[in-house]
Structures are given as C-alpha cells and as structure tokens.
Ligand binder design. Structure first.
Ligand code: TMP
Length: 185
C-alpha cells in the first residue's frame, strides 16, 4: 500500500512508473520492462554502507543529494561502480544515464517534501529503472517499489528509525514502524 501510494503520487506529478494497479494487499500489476542492471542509491544523509566505506560520520547531512551506482549482481554482492564503468561496459548509454540522473533528482525532491510533510526525514533510498518499447519508441521508467524496505526513514523529532534497519539492526517493532509510515502518509 505504501509503495502504491508513493508511485501513484509520483505519477500525478508526471514521473512515469511501472505501476498499473494494485491487485490485492500483496500483488501489483506492473508494466513488463527490460530492467537496467544498475541499482541507483540516492543519499541525503550519510549512513549505512557509505559511512562504513568512507569513514564519514553517521548522520552527516549532505550539501547535495549523492547518487551512487551498484551493479545488480548478487554473486558479486552488488558492487559499487562508476559512471565510467557503466558507459565502458554499455550497461546504459550516456543519454539514458543523464536522463535517469535528472529523473532521480526530481523523484528525490518530491519524496523529500512528501515525507517531510508527515514528519519523516528521507535519509536514503534505492531505485531501479527499466526500458520499455512503446509504439516503436524506447522509453525509460521507474520500475521498483518504494517502501520502508528500500528507503531509510527517520522520524524528524526523535530520529527513530521507521524502516528496514529495524530488522537489519534487530531493533524490534518493525510492523509498528511500517504501519506508522503508512498511517502518516
Ligand atoms: P546501504 O547504505 O546499505 O548502501 O543502503 C542504501 C539505501 O539503499 C538504503 O535505503 C537501503 C537501500 N538498499 C536497497 O533497497 N536494496 C539493496 O540491495 C541495498 C544494498 C540498499
């Protein structure tokens, strides 16, 4: 329900997504796309793997949103790759990559405001995109869920974690936290 709400809201501001409709509490009907093999991680506040990798202090607010690219390959542990790797190995062409970066900034701006309005800091999140051919023309669209499973969400006042880190860090009350996000949205 959270992902359906967010994707529909993005659709209303002109951001195309794969969502067609929710079928029931567990399933959604989505457009079949050729998934681009890159996970786009967007960060507004440094935490998680970024702080571990680079020794940045946890909770550092970034001056500008940071976009990181990870290759979708479970065997290799989804390694971090650069723009140059993406272009060199033709995982995307330069037009696709630049278009997606722009789209990500629009998505991040929208989500930051949406969550801020319900007292939640959007710390970071992960997005995937896919290619779809419509009337012989290739388009790219957001093809992912957006939920507390794929975002870090902190309460504005208490900084309480309202996302999957409750599971990752064994903090308990995961269902209550997800319900709290749903209720506020
Ligand atoms: P990280 O700090 O572990 O790299 O995660 C950054 C953000 O991306 C965080 O909100 C969790 C999300 N994420 C996923 O949704 N799926 C993944 O496979 C990974 C690595 C991160």
């Amino acid at each position: 329900r959270i992902s359906e709400h967010i994707l529909s809201s993005l659709n209303q501001v002109g951001i195309e997504t794969h969502l067609i409709k929710r079928i029931n509490m567990r399933e959604q009907l989505v457009k079949l796309v050729e998934i681009i093999p890159i996970e786009f991680v967007v960060r507004n506040i440094a935490t998680g793997s970024l702080t571990k990798r680079l020794g940045i202090e946890d909770g550092t607010v970034l001056d500008y949103p940071l976009i990181e690219y990870c290759l979708k390959n479970d065997e290799l542990g989804d390694p971090l790759v650069s723009r140059e790797h993406i272009l060199a190995f033709k995982w995307m062409n330069v037009f696709e990559l630049d278009w997606i970066n722009e789209e990500i900034r629009r998505i991040n701006d929208f989500l930051l405001g949406m969550f801020r309005g319900v007292g939640i800091k959007l710390v970071d999140f992960k997005l995937e995109f896919g290619r779809l051919e419509i009337n012989g023309k290739k388009e790219i669209l957001l093809a992912d869920e957006i939920s507390p499973d794929t975002c870090r969400l902190w309460d504005v006042v208490s900084e309480k974690k309202l996302d999957k880190d409750r599971f990752r860090k064994d903090l308990g009350n995961i269902i209550q936290a997800y319900q709290e996000v749903a209720r506020r949205l």
